[in-house]
Design a protein around this ligand. Structure first.
Ligand SMILES: Nc1ncnc2c1ncn2[C@@H]1O[C@H](COP(=O)(O)OP(=O)(O)O)[C@@H](O)[C@H]1O
Ligand SMILES: [Mg+2]
Length: 308
């Protein structure tokens, strides 16, 4: 990457030191927002987007939880939480450990927590099949945790679920548990291929399992503005999803891809780098939209009540 800001050494190459807070807090949502980050294609930036948005919102003072639902455990790695030895979301889905017991704090972020995945999670797709309410196990677990946190006075503002690259039972569980679907799209040649299938799964789940689910957010990842292709993909996404698209693309940037190998998000690894700045801007935009969305709902209901 020939961005001059990336030629210097990153700020925190080895480990997270101190805590991260922004001077200007981000808008708190009227109530908890649960996002599922999904795209059945691998390598499009689901995990990178999940951890960096979550870190940004936490830096903005919002209580945030990341649930790593990919057996590869990349989100757990990027957040520097233990995910080989201990129990994680697999044990919760199987009912062998309560969800409150597997929440871990993320170093450097007072408001960020993570539920890790482990390799056993790969068996979940098979083991879930024979279980009662197999599509709703994650939803029920999250509800339990949300209630416990609320009654302890430390309710979450945001929950992000990082999906595996498939449309299997794990992803269906994530769709059933969330209110908002966030789709990262990598600006490359086959970017929009497979989107039809993803949207089909979305509408089936919406109809059968979770009427509250809304495709609210699309983010362009690994964007290289110098290429015509990237701009074409962006234009095409914008024309199909004018309201959902966040018009701040995440640039392809070396620091973003280096950060996970140090067990960090780019928000601590190199906060001044172009990738970190872009994720922070996108997080702020998401927070602003969340604030607006909910107050709109309130005002519509209020008007309805008046005329009745
Ligand atoms: N903005 C970016 N710039 C450079 N590399 C990126 C960027 N976003 C993601 N990557 C890299 O691309 C690869 C795939 O990203 P990842 O978030 O793991 O995708 P997914 O979770 O969809 O499989 C990873 O190696 C990641 O570090
Ligand atoms: Mg991933």
């Amino acid at each position: 990457m020939d961005d001059s800001r990336e030629t210097q050494e990153p700020v925190n190459p080895k480990k997270v030191i101190g805590t991260r807070r922004l001077k200007e807090a981000m808008a708190k949502p009227a109530k908890l927002r649960i996002f599922t980050v999904a795209n059945q294609k691998g390598g499009v930036g689901k995990t990178t987007t999940t951890v960096n948005l979550a870190a940004s919102l936490a830096m903005g003072g919002l209580r945030t939880l990341v649930i790593d639902l990919d057996p590869q455990g990349n989100a757990s790695t990027a957040l520097g939480v233990e995910h080989r030895e201990n129990d994680g979301i697999y044990e919760v889905l199987m009912g062998t450990n309560p969800i409150e017991k597997v929440v871990q704090k993320v170093a450097g972020f007072p408001h960020l927590e993570c539920i890790s995945s482990n390799t056993a999670l790969a068996q979940a797709e098979i083991n879930l099949v024979s279980m009662v309410a197999r599509e709703l196990r994650l939803k029920e677990a999250i509800q339990e945790l949300v209630a416990a946190k609320q009654s302890a006075g430390v309710g979450y503002d945001y929950i992000f679920i990082d999906c595996p690259p498939s449309l299997g039972l794990l992803t269906v569980n994530a769709f059933a548990a969330a209110q908002e679907l966030l789709i990262p799209i990598q600006c490359e040649y086959y970017a929009l291929e497979g989107l039809t299938q993803l949207l089909e799964t979305y509408s089936v789940v919406k109809k059968r399992l979770n009427n509250d689910l809304a495709l609210s957010t699309i983010i362009l990842t690994m964007f290289d503005g110098r290429t015509r292709l990237a701009n074409d993909v962006a234009a095409s996404v914008r024309s199909h999803f004018p309201n959902e698209l966040i018009d701040i693309p995440i640039p392809r940037a070396v620091r973003v891809s280096e950060a996970p190998s140090y067990g960090q998000t780019v928000m601590t690894y190199d906060p001044g780098s172009p990738g970190a700045i872009a994720y922070l801007q996108v997080a702020r935009e998401i927070a602003e939209r969340g604030k607006g969305f909910d107050s709109n709902v309130v005002s519509i209901n209020y008007k309805k009540g008046e005329s009745a």
